[in-house]
Write a protein that binds this ligand. Structure first.
Ligand SMILES: *Cc1c(COP(=O)(O)O)cnc(C)c1O
Length: 225
């Protein structure tokens, strides 16, 4: 199957999930996760109409942004974990930073955004349980959000989550529901949740962004670092 065909299938499944949830068709944005994927596949997705892509690694994001700068309206979200010393690669090229969970990193991103004369939209990653390394625990969320409000070049738009991997998409539904509830509690509109294995469930539970890699591009060409 071609990237175009895969993309069309994913979009059709998104529309069906939106309908089941009583949400307008096209209301959920698709982040095509292109980490480790070659340029040709990204360009194929772009030619098929996809404009928003997700990358996990700082240098890879920077290099791809440079290599793809001929494509109008291309937007790249950084969705991985980031070491502070690599913030400089990400801030100039990322349309959004999706997985913020550390105040020291937030300060560095804010400083870099100020230096680049821009406001950086971010999502805060929520930690949903012991099995998960990253993310802010629900009890710490209010304090973390309050601290971020003091950073002038950063704008918190919502929450993101990466539930523990599991075979059955239904088993992630409670996690998505919990994140949606936290979003409402904290007055945050954007929710990035759902991947290839469970994006439909995430849409039913209120995702506004889904991050889908394998279902569009196929297996990754080398394992995630
Ligand atoms: C790789 C990755 C995805 C995409 O995963 P697939 O299972 O290939 O759809 C989504 N979100 C994050 C944070 C990722 O690292």
């Amino acid at each position: 199957m071609s990237v175009r065909e895969n993309l069309e299938k994913v979009k059709a499944r998104m529309v069906a999930a939106e309908a089941r949830a009583g949400r307008p068709a096209g209301s959920v944005r698709l982040v095509a996760v292109s980490k480790t994927q070659p340029m040709e596949k990204i360009r194929a997705a772009y030619e098929a109409g996809q404009r928003l892509f997700g990358e996990n690694y700082a240098q890879e994001l920077r290099d791809k942004a440079e290599a793809l700068k001929d494509l109008p309206d291309l937007a790249l979200h950084f969705i991985g974990t980031l070491q502070k010393n690599k913030a400089k690669y990400v801030v100039p090229v990322a349309a959004m930073f999706e997985a913020l969970d550390d105040l020291g990193l937030a300060r560095e991103l804010d400083k870099r955004a100020a230096a680049a004369s821009r406001i950086l939209p971010v999502l805060v990653e929520v930690n949903l349980g012991e099995e998960q390394k990253g993310g802010v625990r629900p009890d710490d969320l209010a304090g973390f959000l309050a601290a971020l409000r003091g950073l002038p070049s950063m704008r918190v738009e919502g929450l993101m989550c990466i539930p523990p991997p599991c075979e059955d998409p239904e088993s992630t539904r409670p996690f998505f529901r919990k994140v949606a509830l936290l979003g409402r509690e904290h007055g945050l509109g954007a929710l990035s949740m759902g991947m290839s294995s469970d994006f439909e469930v995430a849409i039913e539970e209120g995702a506004t962004l889904v991050r889908v890699g394998t279902a569009i591009f196929g297996e990754r060409s080398y394992p995630a670092r």
